[in-house]
Ligand binder design. Sequence first.
Ligand code: NAD
Length: 364
Amino acid sequence: MSKKFVIAVLEGDGIGPEIMAVALDVLRAIESKSDVEFEVQHAPFGGKAYFDTGDAFPEETKAICDNADAILKGPIGLSFEESKKIPVDKQPERGALLPMRRRYNTYANFRPVYLPPELAHFSPLKPHVVEGGIDIMMIRELVGGLYFGEKERGERNGKRYVRETLDYDEDQICRILRVGFDEAMKRKKVLHNIHKSNVLISSVMWNEILDEVAPEYPEVEVRHVIVDAAATALVLNPRQFDVMVMENMFGDILSDLAGGILGSLGLMPSACIGTDASYYEPSHGSAPDIAGKGIANPYSMIGSVALMLEKSCGMEDEAQQLWGAMRGVFGEGFTTADLRDPEGKLDPISTRAFGDKVLARLDG
Ligand code: NAD
């Protein structure tokens, strides 16, 4: 009897439906080649869900996600102007994304930053900087810190004020550091710890806890880098990094920077692993500037499917087939419009055409 996985599918906003449609075709192709069945259950989530139902994370969606084996999520969010039509606390990130992270305690966010040597021309960095490619695993703490601490705004002495708190307890820090060390053990046994202990006492405590955890991993070399210096180093010499671990906001910002050095956020998939459920999403947003044009890069969404196959379905071989198929399409000289083409030799294709080429490679 074939094994069945129930997958909650949240297509999201903007380019979400376009890249999700392609990713689901790819998932079906994997299903047809294996003895696994995927039962896909669609559910509304994000800005469109708010406009349709009055809730960016409706109860119906919670029930579907609660019962799923994994959640596949497209990007959500509205343009700056559109978001003003929704009360601040109901806007897609605050009204749906953060509550989902909290609900499933998805504390470990894996963001692979990968460009093989043969695709290094996609990077806007100089060839000698990216010669040999880029291969970093960024690990971001996802349910603590400034994004989840208490918030308050009000008025004092006739002036508006705002206060947001950066909150971590030692268990939260310890468990994400262990994720970082475990990942380093699987790779080059070097862990870059990104912090800001020269200013933030939260980083001082983070580093103290790291010193307590490190003896459990005597083979791993820890290198400490202050977050602002890490931003510079990622641009000047990204190849010095292998596994990087960091708190929530540092990871949010540095991983977008990482998309920049790859050449596009469209190359950034991610896995959000929780104690109660896991979900898989592109690292980027809903790209309102290109939504509806059929030109979005689906690599981030298909890559999120690959991460789901690996981490939630135990299908490592199939995940590798997906990565290989996507890189094969790029290797043939096809790109989507977001990627750089320094010599004007590449052939920009649509979201759908990219997906079809991936499907053809899976069939072949
Ligand atoms: P964005 O990540 O949506 O887009 C930044 C730039 O990258 C744009 O030029 C966009 O066209 C490009 N881009 C992103 N993904 C691409 C892809 N797959 N293919 C080709 N180009 C791609 O950032 P933004 O414009 O600042 O945010 C838009 C909305 O997304 C906002 O409402 C924001 O809050 C939301 N957002 C959601 C998530 C999420 O769902 N996890 C993450 C980040 C931002």
